[in-house]
Design a binder for this molecule. Structure first.
Ligand code: WT7
Length: 646
């Protein structure tokens, strides 16, 4: 990476003066005090059934925003746009897996969205779903997934979306934790030309142990003949007689602080954390950042190529863009299928003006070569976004040059599942861009970079990123686990949110993110915990102990290396390596599958029995080991090194 960094080192890109004149974001906003900034935004951007009487109540570590206010997220994302005469505006350009030339492409207007959401909400009501009744969603990138989320929001039913690529076991775990009575899924998933058994995967998880799920609603995607039990109902059948008249199912007025959704994310220990997001602050944070960071105009065509199973999809495919009444592309598929040009065809066909994606996707396109992008007219692009992991300067330059026509500014946005929306980012028309840096706090956001003792670090010194002021979309805790919330985010420093990322300031005061400092790995912008992968590995009968580290990977950012010791005199074979990789894919999802498995007699342990993870990381990266004198048996690491280095 360091070699690449030198190719662009020191290069900066000042804002286009034209953009500075027309941009939605104004420099004065950066000077506004926290509450007046968000108060103004809340009045301008959201529709409230009842006005709030207090902008912020901050009782660290819990925030309440817009206290006393009532609103509904679905009303803000759908109904009010129709009422304002925007019913014919396209909400979603739906592009199926086989790309924009498919006969199955279609547009969904805001009016149609309103009718479909209403019908599904009425159907869910039949199953007992209503205010405060949680619903699980296990789907891929089809419009019905967006509709399902909005239908829940309409009823005041909290949703938890489980990434469609995760295992059935992950679905069951999450649904049981939140006590979901209903799960919405689809018959099969289509990705990259292949059908995957989504509903059957869900069944496997639900049937493996007792579950709170009583009803599974199945959306027909491929129409395949799949096993259906008494627990299951096709969505088509459920809503066959349901009214789609919005007045038949009015949006439920919710308190600003009522639960909107839970999203489970990986932590460094224990089971996945249920991150709590509530209604008013979250929705406002998403709408405001979406509008100002991407400079959204009435005629913008916006495409966020993330998955709704992650927070990026929640905030920047569903809630932010729809609250802003924006036209979006919803693409079911993956880069490179049906051909290398599919992304560029989508941009050309719909005149996409804003593209928001991950460094991993950009690197995949880079690898395929710029000729594919060059074969299409991408001149509609005005703003580019990047999210999920640090973007290497080489990929940044490629993105600007070949997708952004050598001029579109790139917004490298830093945030987390926990933060709900973008917190550190350049701003269009304001920030002089530096490749590979998220650079500046969004208005109202107060970052600091501190050492372990709590002192702010000098420039060019890596420390821990913290946030010293609350923001509207911040998590409202971990579901049913106050202690874990406090321990994870609020115990390192007494007065600030600890993000878990390393960061440094450069001499101009711009922030550069340096990656996670805990046991969380980031594969293709997706967050996984070493602990969960280790748990999956030790489930295998031959495995005594397992530890996982990440190494740099030119395509996926990080890749997983698993260190495994076996029971008795079992030998590490190629078959066993494959079996273990498969075990992790089955248990968590394909994303978590280790790139390699290293067999060892033991783990590198200190005399007190603690695994020295730092050493595993060094070994995985092929780095010098430094001091190994505290190990019980230093020869273990030498053997591991031999295997890694061949
Ligand atoms: C972690 C959060 C943000 C939504 C998608 C991932 C890393 C995210 C950046 C960026 C450097 C980034 C951090 C963060 N990250 N964006 N622009 N530059 N690192 O959400 O799964 O909650 O992961 O992703 O390490 O802590 P997530």
């Amino acid at each position: 990476m360091s070699e690449q960094a030198t190719t662009t080192e020191g290069r900066t890109y000042p804002p286009d003066p034209e953009l500075s004149k027309t941009a939605n974001v104004r420099p004065e906003m950066l000077e506004q005090d926290l509450e007046s900034f968000w108060d103004e935004q809340a009045k301008q951007r959201l529709s409230w059934y009842e006005p709030y009487d207090k902008v912020l109540e901050w009782d660290q570590p819990y925030a309440k925003w817009f206290v006393g206010g009532k609103l509904n997220a679905c009303y803000n994302c759908v109904d009010r746009h129709v009422e304002a005469g925007m019913g014919d505006k396209v909400a979603l350009h739906v592009v199926p897996d086989d790309g924009p030339d498919s006969s199955e492409v279609r547009d969904i207007t805001y009016a149609e969205l309103q009718r479909r959401v209403t019908a599904v909400a009425n159907g869910l009501k039949e199953l007992g779903v209503g205010k405060g009744v949680p619903v699980g969603i296990y789907m891929q990138m089809i419009p019905d997934a967006v509709i399902a989320m909005l239908a829940c929001a309409r009823l005041g039913a909290p949703h938890t979306v489980v990434f469609g690529g995760f295992s059935g076991k992950a679905v069951a775990e999450r649904c049981n934790d939140l006590e979901c009575k209903v799960l919405i899924t689809q018959d099969e998933a289509m990705r990259g030309g292949k059908a995957a058994p989504q509903k059957t995967n869900a069944d496997e998880g639900l049937d493996a142990s007792p579950t709170t799920v009583e009803k599974v609603v199945v959306v027909r995607r491929t129409g395949a003949d799949i096993p259906m039990s008494d627990r299951d109902v096709y969505l088509d059948d459920l809503i066959a007689n349901a009214s789609d008249d919005p007045e038949s199912c009015p949006c439920e007025p919710m308190e600003s602080e009522d639960l909107l959704f839970l999203l489970y994310t990986s932590g460094s220990t224990g089971k996945p954390k249920g991150v709590v997001h509530t209604t008013g602050g979250y929705l406002l944070g998403c709408a405001t950042t979406h509008n100002l960071v991407f400079d959204v105009k009435d005629d913008s065509v916006y495409w966020c190529a993330a998955d709704i199973g992650w927070i990026t999809g929640h905030s920047y495919i569903v809630y932010g863009p729809l609250a802003n009444g924006c036209t979006s592309v919803l693409f079911e598929g993956v880069p490179g299928y049906p051909d290398q040009e599919v992304w560029w065809k989508i941009i050309e066909k719909y005149g996409v003006t804003i593209l928001y994606t991950s460094p991993t996707a950009i690197r995949a396109h880079m690898k395929a070569g710029e000729k594919h992008a060059q074969a299409h007219d991408l001149s509609s692009i005005k703003i580019l976004g990047s999210v999920g992991e640090p973007i290497n300067p080489e990929a940044w330059e490629w993105y600007r040059e070949h997708v952004g026509g050598g001029k579109a500014p790139i917004m490298d946005t830093w945030w987390q599942t926990e933060t709900g929306h973008i917190l550190i980012t350049p701003l269009p028309g304001i920030t002089t861009l530096k490749p590979g840096m998220a650079q500046q706090p969004f208005p109202g956001v107060r970052p600091e970079i501190r050492d372990d003792e709590g002192n702010q670090v000098p420039v060019e010194t890596t420390g821990n990123l913290v946030l010293t002021q609350p923001w509207p979309g911040m998590m409202r805790g971990l579901y049913n686990d106050d202690q874990r919330y406090r321990d994870t985010y609020w115990s390192k420093y007494s007065d600030a949110y600890f993000a878990g990322d390393g960061a440094k300031y450069d001499a101009d005061g711009d922030i550069m993110l340096m990656g996670r400092i805990d046991d969380v790995v980031n594969v293709s912008g997706h967050r996984l915990s070493t602990f969960e992968i280790e748990s999956a590995l030790v489930e295998h009968a031959d495995v005594a102990e397992a530890a996982v580290a990440a190494k740099k990977d030119p395509d996926t950012g990080q890749a997983i290396v698993a260190f495994v010791s076996l029971i008795g005199d079992k030998q590490g074979t190629e078959e066993l390596e494959q079996a273990l990789r498969e075990q992790v894919a089955q248990s968590i999802g394909k994303l978590a599958r280790p790139a390699s498995v290293i067999f060892a007699r033991d783990m590198p342990k200190t005399r007190s029995g603690k695994i020295m993870r730092r050493l595993l990381k060094n070994i995985a990266e092929g780095e010098e080991l430094g001091d190994t004198s505290t190990l019980v048996d230093p020869s273990v690491v030498e053997e591991m090194q031999k295997q890694v280095n061949g």
